[in-house]
Design a protein around this ligand. Sequence first.
Ligand SMILES: Cc1cc2nc3c(=O)[nH]c(=O)nc-3n(C[C@H](O)[C@H](O)[C@H](O)COP(=O)(O)OP(=O)(O)OC[C@H]3O[C@@H](n4cnc5c(N)ncnc54)[C@H](O)[C@@H]3O)c2cc1C
Length: 381
Amino acid sequence: MTALSHVDAVVIGAGIAGASIGAELAQDRKVVVLEAEDMPGYHTTGRSAAIFIASYGNATICKLNRASLAFLRQPPAEFSDEGFLSPRGNLYIGRAEDKAAVDALHAASPHLIPHTTEEALKRVPILRPEAAAYVLEEPDSEDIDVARLHQCWLRRLTRAGSEVRCNAGVTALSRGADGLWTVETKAGTFVAPLVINAAGAWADDIAKMAGLAPIGLQPLRRTGAILPGPAEGGFDHWQMINDVMERFYFKPDAGKLLVSPVDEVPMDPHDAYVDDMDLAEGLYRFEQAVTLEVTRVDRSWAGLRTFAPDRSPVVGFDPGTKGFFWFAGQGGYGIQTCPAMAWLGSALATGQPLRDELTREAFDPQEVAPRRTMVNRLRKH
Ligand SMILES: Cc1cc2nc3c(=O)[nH]c(=O)nc-3n(C[C@H](O)[C@H](O)[C@H](O)COP(=O)(O)OP(=O)(O)OC[C@H]3O[C@@H](n4cnc5c(N)ncnc54)[C@H](O)[C@@H]3O)c2cc1C
C-alpha cells in the first residue's frame, strides 16, 4: 500500500498560479504543489508574451493589475533583490473605422494618453500611417521577467519548508467522512483539509474528478511568433503595439520581433501547438499595418489562455463542498496579476483579511467568487 503524506494544503498545478498561491500559503502551513509535467511552468506560464499592461482586461482585472504593480516593480528584498519589470511602453492603435473601439477603451481607461499618427511613427517607424489613425499610450506597460518571477515564487515556497512534486499528475480526489481530501497521484497519495485547484486549462477537469460541477472554463489558444526585425536594427527600444481591434500585437524581443495574431480559438485542454493557417492569417494582418515584410518565422508557439464566461478569474471555495478552493480562469493576465491574485487567494482560503493593495482598489471578492458563474449559468437555462 502507498504511504499517505499528510499536509495542510494540496495545490494542483505548478504554473504561476499554483506556485504563487502555494508560496503564500506555505508561510504558515505545510503545502505540497503537485505538477503533472516533469517541470513547473511547462504549459501556459512558459508560453506568455511577458508583458504588463495596466489597462489590459476588464474592470476586475484592472484592479488586480494595479494592486500588483508596485510589488512587480520593487518586491521585498527577501522575495528578490531586483524587480521583475523593465521599460517597454505600449501604444494602442486603431484605423479610422475603429474610432468607436478607441473611444470605448479611452472611456474605460482615462489615464491613456492620446498621440498623433506622426508621434506613433516616430516611435515605431515601421507602422503604416493608416493603421495608426488613432493612438493611445499606456504609460504603465513593462516587460516582465516571467521565468525569474515564477522561480522566486517557487523559492519562497521551498524556503518555507514546503515542496513541489513534478511528475505527480492528480488522477483522483475525494473527500472522506473525516472532512479530509485524499488526492491520488502517480507519485503517491496526499491527504489534506484544503485542496487548491490551480490546474489552468484543466481546472474544470479537476472539479469533475472531485465530483463537483465545472465552472464552464474555456481554454482559448493564443499563438506567438518570433520574426527578424528590420535589417538595420535599432528597434529594441520600440514600444509594444496593440491593435485596438485585436488584429495583432507586436513588440521587440531579444533583438527580434514577437508578433501575435491575437487568436482565440476554443480548445479542449491539451499541450497546445500552432495552427499554421491561423498564424499565417495573423501575420498577414500584421503586414497590413507595417512596412516590414515577413520573410521568415524563427520560432512559434501556442498556449491556452483559460477564461470564465465573464473573463474574471475564479477564486474562492466551491459552494458544493468543503475545502475545495478554485484558483483558475487567469485568462491572458495570470502573470501580471499573480501577486494580487496570490494574496487574494491565500486570504480567502484561510479566512484572513485582504491586503491593503486590494482594499485600496475597493476589491470585492464577490467579483471572482465561483458562485457567480454558477448563478449566471442557472439564469441562462
Ligand atoms: C501566447 C500567450 C501570451 C500571454 N501573454 C501574457 C502576458 O503578456 N501577460 C500575462 O499576464 N499573461 C499572459 N498570458 C497568460 C498567462 O500566461 C496565463 O494567465 C498564466 O500562465 C496561467 O497560469 P496557470 O498557472 O493558471 O496555468 P499553467 O501555467 O498552464 O499551469 C497549470 C498547471 O497545472 C498542471 N496540471 C493540470 N492538470 C493537472 C493534474 N491533474 N495534476 C497535476 N497538475 C496538473 C499543468 O501541467 C500546468 O503546469 C499569455 C498566454 C499566452 C498563451
